[in-house]
Design a protein around this ligand. Structure first.
Ligand SMILES: [Cu+2]
Length: 282
């Protein structure tokens, strides 16, 4: 009987009930990249506008208590696909608490599901687990600057079927600004285990090509049949969230870019747009 009691106790103690708390603020502003001015709404980790949507990290087994504060001029919502999809409005000036209890580790995407959130880039990364690894974050985003300003001023009549994006971003930066973004610019050494949490917050597929290496699909939310595939090119459909695992087998400086080729020429000439680099030392 005593042994059974200890067994039950051990069983319960191995389950983590740790709560983590985080707060994000919805703000709108414009970002200036290359020759483009883009209207965006962003989830900020601080009580003012920031360019890149907040990255949220949590350990495996933790429960996230996420507070969303809406400083924007229109209503928003909070969506995490398959987890938070209803009763999720965050009205203007409102503060709403959400609970996210993921059933697996890897990359998730949180976003505002209203038109002005969905079509102005209010969309960020949650990374569950992998907190002891070398971590990087790529939030892919595309838009048409004229269309974005129409969504921002409320004159857009819906998302067009003939969508022609004009700007391509990682963490809301275009190349070469991506090279000074420490969240996305990958640095490491041969033999390191590096994880890259990547989401597609945009409106078209982005096919990332890793020069120099293959990566393993460590988690994937939408095209789940690709789990554990080893790839050098991987397409992310809109709304996708994946975790790439990279163990570099050689030193060097290699580009990663989108093989959807219109997206690497945003400023009119290659290279531009959705490009970053892997900087691997011996
Ligand atoms: Cu390539």
């Amino acid at each position: 009987m005593k042994n059974l009691f200890i067994a039950i106790l051990l069983c319960f103690s191995s389950i983590s009930f740790t709560q983590v708390f985080d707060t994000v603020y919805l703000y709108r502003d414009t970002i200036h990249q290359g020759n483009v001015i883009l209207n965006v709404v962003s989830f900020s980790p601080v009580d003012s506008f920031v360019t890149t949507n907040a990255v949220i990290n949590m350990d495996a087994g933790e429960t996230l208590n996420l507070t969303v504060i809406n400083r924007d001029t229109v209503d928003h919502s909070l969506v995490i696909d398959d987890y938070i999809e209803s009763n999720n409005s965050v009205a203007v000036n409102d503060t709403v608490d959400f609970v996210f209890q993921p059933s697996e580790n890897g990359t998730f995407r949180y976003y505002s599901g209203t038109d002005q959130g969905k079509y102005l880039g209010a969309s960020g990364i949650i990374l569950v687990g992998y907190q002891n690894y070398s971590r990087f974050y790529w939030n892919l985003y595309d838009h048409n600057d004229t269309l974005a300003s129409e969504f921002a001023n409320g004159t857009a009549t819906g998302f067009p079927t003939e969508y022609r994006p004009s700007v391509f971003l990682i963490n809301n930066y275009t190349f070469p600004h991506t090279l000074t973004d420490t969240l996305s610019y990958v640095t490491g050494n041969v033999g390191d285990t590096i994880v890259i949490a990547c989401i597609n917050s945009g409106y078209m597929p982005h096919s990332l090509h890793f020069h120099g290496y293959h990566v393993r699909i460590e988690s994937v939310r939408k095209r789940t049949h690709t789990l554990f595939w080893d790839k050098d090119t991987y397409p992310l459909i809109p709304g996708e969230a994946v975790l790439f695992r990279l163990i570099p087998d050689q030193e060097g400086m290699y580009p990663v870019h989108d093989h959807n080729l219109i997206t690497v020429t945003n400023t009119g000439a290659y290279p531009g747009g959705m490009i970053t680099r892997l900087n691997i030392q011996p």
